[in-house]
Design a protein around this ligand. Sequence first.
Ligand SMILES: Cc1cc2nc3c(=O)[nH]c(=O)nc-3n(C[C@H](O)[C@H](O)[C@H](O)COP(=O)(O)O)c2cc1C
Length: 293
Amino acid sequence: MDLFTPAELGPFHLKNRCVMAPMARARSGENRAPGPLVAEYYAQRAGAGLIVTEASSVSPMSVSRPHASAIYNAEHVAGWRLVAERVHQAGGLIFQQIYHLGRKSDPSRMPGLVAPVSASAIAARGQVAGLHGTVDFAVPRALETHEIAGVVEEFRAGAANAKEAGMDGIEIHAANCYLIDQFLRDGANHRADSYGGSVANRMRLMLEIVDAVCTVFTPDRVGVRFSPHAVSDGTNDSDPAALFGHAGARHRLSAPDRGGAPRHAEFATRRQHADHARDARAFRRHADRQWRL
Ligand SMILES: Cc1cc2nc3c(=O)[nH]c(=O)nc-3n(C[C@H](O)[C@H](O)[C@H](O)COP(=O)(O)O)c2cc1C
């Protein structure tokens, strides 16, 4: 078996085992909808067995660099429909990665300049290139317990929009210190309610989102991305082995074996065999050229 051996992934026949890693390219319009240039970019990479799109925000409260994409309104759906159509015409498969930046949002671009939201009122370490220069990440507002259902609904609606756009599946972005990760790790989550404290409680938001997304796509079309080793901005955990071990065991998620500890673990729901190699560098290197196997 090599990278060019076809693979079965849930209901999908992958023509090879190369999976294009999600990569933000910041080429969408002012309205955060991808246009023809983005469709061309993804169509050029349809030679991959599977493409995972750049992370797309499910909420206006998730905003940072200009021209980053989103999937929460009709304009976004229209833009992503063009992308999905072009990839399918070129013989590819494409999953939409959906996320919420939480406390990593740019405070100068927040609607009404309200504070970003997170698990707790603890700022991420580091800075962000804001509208008027580089600024520290803001101290976020801790989501009230009763507001969390609204966040789950944003993820469900984002998945529904992706489905309407013609995407083949969803990857829930629970990695890289964004909102779901901020709930998962006890360095960023100091909550005293049912979403904080124990590992099971800190996983609750992620699991509610998985359940909600699985009402839109069947579970064999839904994946979750974790990054057990990403702690760059203070989103650390006192016991990552327990946290991410629990995520895998409790939910019978399976991770690809790439040898050694992966920086990212892509889990597929319902024990699919994620025995593919996911690569960002190969696709990024040829970002503006035809990428061929
Ligand atoms: C420009 C760029 C944008 C990225 N955007 C995302 C993203 O939107 N979502 C995500 O989960 N990871 C993102 N990543 C991380 C990549 O998916 C990948 O995990 C990382 O580059 C390591 O893979 P590599 O060793 O093949 O480079 C991004 C990486 C790069 C370089």
